[in-house]
Design a protein around this ligand. Structure first.
Ligand code: SF4
Length: 188
């Protein structure tokens, strides 16, 4: 057997990719330089837990049920699941821009906290920060040729799991190294 099998090398590549995705997200620009991101990754039983939650969200008869099951299958076969979320009640950027629908950041701070799948309200600048960080992370994965796909549904399952307890919103990105990306050319 060679000192390094392809399986060994590819497993190491997943770990290295997750690390560089985290670095890209962490160093992405943040409004006013205030960082409210939580970044982590799951694999094995932890990742399977998220796929299982996604399956429970596939409500029979709902037009989106097949999409939940499709994405759950993608998470199941992924090598790892990379997660970026905003801390719960991450606060405001202090710009008083009214993009959140409130007259000022102070009024935003007084608004009732709503907890559904995601927890609002959320400062628009924080959501922009989150989007830039996610884009930076998947850019890093793409440069490294590791197949990936940003998933809202996997993020929703994160929020409904133990991993979402301290978050207000999350998106999750499964990674896969294989001969054919499972994340594209999907039938549903
Ligand atoms: S979106 Fe709302 S909370 Fe954020 S800076 Fe603008 S007014 Fe303040």
């Amino acid at each position: 057997m060679p000192a390094f099998t392809s399986e060994n090398l590819e497993n190491n590549a997943i770990g290295a990719t997750l690390a560089l995705m985290a670095a890209a997200a962490r160093t992405a620009p943040k409004a006013m330089g205030i960082d409210a991101l939580e970044i982590f990754a799951l694999d094995g039983a932890e990742k399977q837990e998220i796929a299982d939650v996604m399956k429970t969200l596939a409500i029979e008869g709902d037009p989106s049920a097949e999409k939940w099951l499709r994405d759950a299958g993608n998470v199941e076969i992924a090598d790892a699941l990379f997660v970026i979320g905003l801390k719960k009640h991450a606060g405001s950027a202090g710009a008083n821009c009214q993009a959140c629908g409130h007259a000022s950041c102070v009024e935003f701070g007084k608004a009732p906290k709503i907890s559904a799948t995601f927890r609002g309200p959320t400062c628009a600048f924080k959501l922009v920060d989150l989007g830039i960080a996610i884009g930076s992370a998947v850019k890093a994965a793409g440069i490294l040729n590791v197949d990936n796909r940003i998933m809202f549904r996997a993020g929703a399952a994160i929020m409904k799991s133990q991993w979402g307890a301290k978050l207000s919103i999350a998106f999750a990105t499964p990674l896969r190294i294989s001969g054919k990306s499972p994340f594209f050319d999907r039938q549903v």
